[in-house]
Design a protein around this ligand. Structure first.
Ligand code: HPA
Length: 273
C-alpha cells in the first residue's frame, strides 16, 4: 500500500470527530509503561482496530488504544500501545502513528520506552533523557515517495530531540526520586535481544542504551518538524553486563517497579510543557 496525505488524514479526521477537540501533547507509552494512561481525566478511548488506515498492536504489555483527555490541565492524546519493526510492520507503516498525531494538531510529542542500559554507570530503574540516536540498520519510515505536506525529501536530524525539552526534563528530574541521565539511544531491530559482543560494539560506538522502538517515531517527528522529547527507562542492564539471561519479564517487572514515581514525573513534565 502507498501512503498518501489522505491515508493519514482519514485516520486523524475520524479521531477528531470522536475526541471533539484537538490535543496539545501526544504521548506514546513504552513496554510496561502503560500505567500512565490511568492519569488521563475525562478520557475518550478509541481502540486502534476502529481507526481507519491505522495499525494493530501485537506487542506484549501494549494495550492498543488511543486515549484523549486532560492531564495536569493540558489536553493530551495518549497512545497506549506502540508499533515496532519486529512485529512485522514495514518502516513505511511505522510513519502512521506520528503523522496521525501531527494531524490531530499536537505541538509536542513525548515518547517513553523500555531500554537496556549499555552505559555501565546506569542502573535498572534509572531514566535516560534521549539526546540523540544511532540507527545503523537499513530502512526509514520516510523511504519511498515523499509526502510533501509533512516535510521535504531530505531533512535535518541535528536537533531531533528538542534541546529545550531535554533541559526541562533534566531540571524536573532533579525533583524526582528517580535517577536521571542524558544519553544516546541505539536502535536495535529485534525481536532478539543483543549479543554481549554487539553490546560491547554499541558501547564503543557511543550508545548508552539500546531498545527496539522510538527511532522510527523520532524520524517521522523530525520530518514534520514536531518538537520531541524521548525518555528511556532502563529496565535491565544490556546483554553481557550481568551473568544472567535477559527476559521480557525482567523488562516489565522493572517498568512496573518505578511506575509510581515515573507517572508522577511525567505528570509534572506535562504540567510544564
Ligand atoms: N535490548 C533491546 N531492547 C530492550 C532491552 C534490551 O536490553 N530492554 C528493553 N528493551
Amino acid at each position: 500500500m502507498t501512503y498518501t496525505y489522505e491515508t493519514y488524514k482519514a485516520a486523524a479526521d475520524f479521531l477528531l470527530e470522536k475526541f471533539g477537540d484537538c490535543p496539545e501533547i501526544g504521548i506514546i507509552l513504552g513496554s510496561g509503561l502503560g500505567h500512565f494512561a490511568s492519569q488521563v481525566e475525562d478520557p475518550v478511548t478509541v481502540p486502534y482496530g476502529e481507526i481507519p488506515n491505522f495499525l494493530r498492536s501485537t506487542a506484549q504489555g501494549h494495550a492498543g488504544e488511543m486515549i484523549f483527555g486532560t492531564v495536569a490541565g493540558k489536553k493530551v492524546v495518549c497512545m497506549s500501545g506502540r508499533f515496532h519493526y519486529y512485529e512485522g510492520y514495514t518502516f513505511e507503516q511505522l510513519s502512521i502513528p506520528v503523522r496521525v498525531l501531527k494531524l490531530l494538531g499536537i505541538r509536542t510529542l513525548l515518547l517513553t520506552n523500555a531500554a537496556g542500559a549499555v552505559n555501565t554507570a546506569y542502573r535498572p530503574g534509572d531514566i535516560m533523557v534521549v539526546s540523540d540516536h544511532i540507527k545503523l540498520t537499513l530502512g526509514s519510515p520516510m523511504r519511498g515517495a515523499n509526502v510533501e505536506e509533512f516535510g521535504p525529501r531530505f531533512f535535518d536530524m541535528g536537533s531531533t530531540y528538542t534541546p529545550e525539552l531535554r533541559r526541562l526534563a533534566l531540571a524536573l528530574g532533579e525533583k524526582s526520586p528517580l535517577t536521571f541521565h542524558q544519553g544516546v539511544y541505539w536502535f536495535a531491530s529485534g525481536p532478539q535481544y543483543e549479543t554481549p559482543a554487539e553490546i560491547r560494539a554499541i558501547r564503543a560506538l557511543g550508545g548508552d542504551a539500546v531498545g527496539m522502538s522510538t527511532v522510527t517515531e523520532a524520524l517521522t517527528a523530525a520530518h514534520c518538524g514536531l518538537p520531541l522529547l524521548a525518555l528511556s527507562v532502563m529496565t535491565n542492564m544490556a546483554a553481557g553486563v550481568l551473568p544472567q539471561p535477559l527476559t521480557s519479564e525482567e523488562v516489565i517487572e522493572t517498568a512496573r517497579a518505578i511506575e509510581g514515581p515515573f507517572t508522577d514525573y511525567v505528570r509534572e513534565l506535562i504540567a510544564n510543557l
